[in-house]
Design a protein around this ligand. Structure first.
Ligand code: SF4
Length: 301
């Protein structure tokens, strides 16, 4: 397949077929995000997407069990565009068991329950949602999405939008994976960011939870803020402290938790909330220097 680079996918989609239905991100405005700044957002022509599916079918056919639909927020596509893609995927890959995509909370909330139900019936069954924080102030600093129509400036509209999105997905049995970003509050809001993130993880009650570590990339608005206002990322101890707060305080019903992204200093896994105390003990050992951290040169974005 010919991909329009750069191309990104969650770590857990490493063995999936990546289908590029959109290019770039329709929002492309999060202050820390460098991913699609070089790309003009567009939805690819239906014929091109169908051709890619046919080509992948000839090459990989029965080996494909999972498809990740890229790029940045593919759920923004209207239902009329999703339907033929999902139907074609089902016809082409006999062992297909999962179709997923990145989704902004607004992408989900703008769709009706009937449309989401339709997508689920056609096989779309996992959304990766990145609130990155549950601290409303931090979320606004990150520019996670525009203020929803009718939402008061004084309300926690970004927090609430993510809870609503997760609830809508659950109501049609589409799974959710929520992603949080260690360090996103900077030094100043480190603790409140960690506590808010745990609160939002609890309220969203996703099936999967992931923590990544923020890397400030030059050329992003966040890098400019760093230079201009002296915004600072917590040090490793501060970042691990955030992680400890998160695993201790997040109380979803039952979420598979991972920190296996290349950006993290300490790859961990378990189920929250049950494994929270065990994971916290491992973090304590790392903080005490008893467990080696991933060397800086082995970390990635
Ligand atoms: S929604 Fe995702 S891809 Fe788009 S700008 Fe924000 S972080 Fe980047």
């Amino acid at each position: 397949m010919n991909y329009d680079m750069p191309l990104f996918r969650p770590p857990s989609e490493a063995s999936s077929l990546i289908l590029q239905a959109t290019l770039g991100c329709s929002w492309n405005n999060c202050t820390y995000c460098h991913m699609y700044r070089s790309k003009q957002f567009r939805i690819r022509d239906e014929a091109e997407i169908i051709e890619d599916i046919e080509l992948a079918g000839q090459r990989y056919g029965s080996r494909v069990e999972k498809v990740f639909v890229a790029d940045g927020d593919a759920l923004v596509m209207p239902i009329e565009r999703w339907e033929p893609i999902l139907a074609k995927l089902q016809r082409t890959f006999p062992f297909l068991r999962q179709v997923s995509c990145y989704a902004m909370a607004s992408n989900i909330n703008e769709k009706s329950i009937a449309d989401l139900e339709d997508l689920k019936q056609l096989g779309l069954n996992l959304f990766y949602i990145g609130p990155e924080s549950g601290d409303e102030h931090t979320m606004r600093q990150l520019a996670k999405q525009p203020r929803p129509a009718g939402a008061s400036r004084d309300s926690d509209y970004l927090f609430d939008a993510h809870v609503e999105a997760a609830q809508k997905a659950r109501s049609v049995r589409i799974k959710t994976s929520a992603i949080f970003l260690l360090g996103a509050g900077g030094v100043e809001r480190s603790q409140v960011h960690a506590e808010g993130s745990a609160r939002l993880a609890t309220a969203m009650d996703p099936d999967y939870l992931a923590a990544l570590t923020l890397t400030v990339v030059s050329g992003t608005p966040l890098a400019a803020t760093m230079d201009r206002l002296g915004w600072r990322l917590p040090d490793i101890h501060g970042l691990l402290g955030e992680l400890r707060t998160f695993v201790t305080e997040a109380k979803p019903n039952r979420a598979l938790f991972r920190t296996n992204h290349a950006s993290n200093h300490l790859p961990l896994g378990g189920t929250l909330p049950d494994d929270g105390p065990r994971i916290a003990r491992v973090i304590d050992m790392a903080l005490a220097g008893e467990i080696p951290l991933r060397p800086e040169q082995h970390r990635g974005l």
